[in-house]
Design a protein around this ligand. Sequence first.
Ligand SMILES: *Cc1c(COP(=O)(O)O)cnc(C)c1O
Length: 216
Amino acid sequence: MLRQRIAAACQRAGRSPDEVTLVAISKGQPAAAIAEALAASIRHIGENRVQEAAAKRPALADIWPSPTWHLVGHLQSNKVKLALDLFDIIHSVDSLPLADLISKRAQRPVPVLLEVNVAGEASKFGFSAQELAEVATMIARLPNLKVRGLMTVAPLASDPEQVRPVFRRLWEMRDSLDLPDCHDLSMGMTDDFEVAIEEGSTIVRIGRAIFGERAT
Ligand SMILES: *Cc1c(COP(=O)(O)O)cnc(C)c1O
């Protein structure tokens, strides 16, 4: 069971399971699967595409209490307004211009995470460690953003131990930023969430371990 695996990883790290928020990543899943997860005590839903979330939301409008919606994928500037209507928190702020645009369009301060491309993969979005150090304070000063923490997607690995240094590095980056209220570490997916929790994750983003394999 997923909750038990999360609890066991917390225990190994001497942490409380209350410190780890489980976000069910429902990309590629129909609205009915999301409704089922919500009935089974999931409270946080994550999507990686704005358009896909927009298509599913109407079918879930009547569910109470409504879940917290997380955007975890790259956000294009022309979708910022729609994203602000659909999501409660954005994990994927990956440039200063995007942060600026979100702050300009938002009606109230929006919680965000800054995405870091820790391993420097060409295929991934996110700040480099050096860029992060340069822009984090500027982003944190934007009036309508609340920088709650950092997010990363670790490289694919056959053994999750291989990506432990990536999670450790994100923890260190958050530590060295020293911004107020910037505590969260969104790290850990189906294949590596236990290692991520051991390294201090406060938000795990889990798709396949909840919904099963995605049709591709
Ligand atoms: C798909 C996705 C996840 C979940 O991946 P699984 O391996 O299915 O757990 C988490 N984070 C992001 C950004 C994703 O795109």
